[in-house]
Write a protein that binds this ligand. Structure first.
Ligand code: FEO
Ligand code: CA
Ligand code: CA
Ligand code: CA
Length: 689
């Protein structure tokens, strides 16, 4: 157990069935309180990958070999395969990560709770210096200049890949920084313009070198790492793909429409087979003042009201009503690609992968060598997407192969999903299982682009890619309950989609439940399992719901892959996904405190054999935080999570969390440590903190 002290702080004023109002305001610009944007009428690598494929790739072993290795090491398809649970139970028991699930933790507890026999400590915290000459974090003396050289705020997507030739002693951490919370970050008497500059500098991305004495031990970050890098609001990004240079991307600062400055609202991401990192620009709309009148403004949730961060007071580009800046907002909402091994490289924004509120993107190699990326648009009633590269992957990590592969996401075809249930007439929104015993059916990937051209009537290729939501509306895509992470299993090729919740489903004026989104006022979310028919590049698929989430002790409208409900951990609001080396799924959650009353956490879900659907809670994060960026290096005995927005309902004078610098009763800080919450990347390992 962690040695931190459990502290009960005053009860938060929470609205059940909704996430924290502070998160709603700061992260999503109150997306759930406003109009629903979609009023259209239409009805790797990390994980097995991180341990095997990613490392092999970085070490120069071919990806094809890596896939073979993954297939050999992991269970074959769970639902269809012969029972192998005893074998896997055995191998899991011998794993350094075998664990006894923790009990769910009350939402007022300010503690990171891990299983018996495990401990945790931060890898890196908000404000930790990233460079030799960076200032130490000083909470009462913060400056934008310091923050630019320190780890950013609200870490979300996280991956850790070992560096080639380091024998497991050096690695790279990639992390993004989604949004900020000025009320708890710095003193209220700070100069307002400086405070806003700090918040800009706290966004973006970080690459940080890690070191340790030997494989299997916890990591320490290296502030002298020569690959350390911060991506700031002033960092230049290059657009790739068909819309690069489009008139829709031209601004006074980017007259050719080929570059953008900065990245915003980064949520989840992915790691590619060629060793680059992807990050999704999600809630970018909340950073802009716009006319708010065009179809695209309304479809993307853009309004004319003042923003939470107030950057429009400092720089004209945050108000698109300013002459020359009308397209500035089109510079955000993309998938970003970063090469962490080259600190001089220009990061990319891939227009071929479409523009929406990208949660993230996860890439898998198809059997024929093309790469396929799966992506969710995280907004109520928005869509699930798939991208197939035009060109094929080249194995190996020669400079030539790597240069080639780094262009694979520049060109390709974009599709959106339509789901069809096989028990559609039985779906009444209650969550009751149909007579065939499953929420399931078929579906198709509907093309939006082909060979660099639009296939959506009435829209040009530039319009399809820049206003992808409007294009998808025209082809009768299925309105989903907020697709967060969408991740293919490298052991089976199946795709898992975390639909986190949608409390408007089935309400008057909104889309009714369907078999893929079977509960009205869906508070707890569900997880879809997709099997491509005939390979990863197929146009058709089969699907079923692996989980219909909730607390089964209180909610009968739940489903756990057929596993007995009285033997699972309650789980609500699935968000980020990862796989372990056995091919089982790990899910981190975002929103459980306001639905089932427990702090968010990380859960292992067995996918194969007789225990398919068994949910076991591994850890619980401190109050008012969400669990992000899970990484399961089980063969290394390590699990990582990014703890985002701990204590976010507090204020500077009345902080509600002391994570992660707990020191004992009274939560007094050690010398040099702050009595304020610090979003951090945490590692969990066997032993004591
Ligand atoms: Fe930033 Fe979709 O959660
Ligand atoms: Ca069915
Ligand atoms: Ca998320
Ligand atoms: Ca979320």
């Amino acid at each position: 157990m962690s040695e931190s002290t459990r502290t009960l702080l005053p009860m938060a004023e929470l609205t059940r069935g909704k996430r924290s109002p502070v998160t709603c305001q700061l992260k999503c610009d109150n997306a759930c309180a406003g109009e629903v944007c979609n009023t259209s009428a239409n009805a790797y690598f990390r994980d097995i990958a991180g341990a095997a494929l990613g490392r092999r790739q970085l070490l120069g072993l071919g990806a094809a070999g890596a896939v073979t290795l993954a297939l050999g090491a992991a269970p074959q398809n769970a639902s269809a395969a012969a029972p192998t649970s005893s074998l896997f139970a055995q191998s899991w028991h011998s794993s350094p990560l075998s664990f006894t699930p923790i009990a769910p933790v009350d939402r007022l507890v300010d503690e990171l709770t891990v299983p018996a026999g495990f401990a945790w400590k931060p890898v890196i915290r908000w404000g930790d210096p990233l460079f030799r000459r960076s200032p130490e974090f000083n909470p009462t003396q913060q400056t934008a200049a310091a923050q630019k050289q320190q780890f950013g705020y609200n870490n979300d997507y996280t991956d850790i890949v070992e560096l080639p030739g380091s024998k497991g002693r050096r690695a790279l951490l990639f992390c993004n920084h989604e949004y900020v919370n000025p009320a708890i970050m710095f003193p209220p008497n700070l100069d307002p313009a400086e405070a806003r500059a700090i918040t800009r500098a706290a966004h973006g991305l970080s690459v940080v070198e890690l070191r340790r004495s030997r494989r299997g031990t916890p990591w320490q970050y290296d502030r002298n790492g020569h690959l350390n890098r911060r991506f700031l609001d002033t960092t230049k990004y290059s657009f790739t793909g068909p819309a690069a240079g489009s008139s829709l991307l031209k601004t006074v600062a980017s007259p050719r429409g080929k570059t953008a400055l900065g990245t915003l609202g980064n949520c989840s991401g992915g790691t590619t087979p060629w060793g680059t990192m992807l990050s999704g620009e999600e809630n970018f709309n909340g950073y802009f003042v716009t006319p708010g009148t065009s179809a695209s403004d309304q479809r993307y949730g853009l309004t004319s009201k003042a923003t939470n961060n107030g950057w429009e007071l400092d720089e004209p580009r945050w108000d698109t009503r300013n002459p020359g800046y009308q397209n500035e907002v089109n510079h955000f909402g993309w998938i970003v690609e970063v090469d962490p091994l080259d600190p001089q490289s220009t990061p990319l924004k891939h227009t071929a992968m479409g523009r929406f509120k990208h949660e993230g993107a996860n890439v898998i190699l198809a059997e024929d060598g093309h790469v396929v990326a799966y992506m969710g648009d995280d907004e109520r009633f928005d869509y699930l997407y798939k991208f197939i590269s035009k060109y094929k992957y080249r194995p190996g990590d020669s400079a030539a192969a790597r240069a080639w592969n780094k262009k694979l996401l520049n060109e390709g075809d974009l599709f959106v999903a339509r789901f069809e249930g096989d028990s559609a007439t039985e779906i009444d929104g209650s969550g009751k299982l149909p007579k065939d015993g499953r929420f399931d059916g078929g579906g198709q990937w509907i093309p939006l682009t082909r060979n660099g051209a639009s296939v959506v009537p009435g829209l040009s290729i530039d319009e399809v890619l820049v206003y992808t939501r409007l294009a998808a509306d025209k082809v009768n895509a299925t309105k989903m309950d907020r697709c967060e992470d969408v991740q293919p299993s490298l052991s089976t090729g199946k795709i898992y989609v975390a639909c986190t919740n949608n409390t408007n489903r089935g309400k008057v004026g909104f889309a009714a439940a369907d078999e893929a989104n079977p509960r009205n006022e869906n508070r707890d979310g569900h997880v879809v399992e997709i099997t491509e028919r005939g390979g990863q590049t197929s146009g058709r698929f089969d699907w079923n719901l692996l989980l219909v989430c909730g607390d089964p002790a209180k909610n009968n409208a739940t489903y756990f892959g057929g596993f007995p409900k009285d033997q699972v951990s309650p789980i609500s609001c699935p968000d980020n996904l990862a796989f372990d080396s056995k091919g089982d799924l790990w899910i981190s959650t975002d929103g459980a405190p306001s639905t089932i009353g427990f702090n968010d956490g990380l859960f292992k879900v067995t996918l194969s054999g007789r225990e398919r659907g068994r949910v076991q809670q591994f850890l619980s994060v401190p109050r008012e935080s969400e669990t992000c960026g899970p990484i399961v290096h089980d063969q290394d005995g390590l699990v990582f999570v990014a703890v985002q927005h701990p204590g976010e309902e507090g204020s500077w004078a009345a902080q509600r969390s002391a994570f992660p610098d707990y020191v004992g009763p009274g939560q007094r800080p050690r010398r040099g440590e702050a009595a304020l919450p610090r979003p951090s990347v945490v590692q969990v390992f066997r032993g004591k903190r």
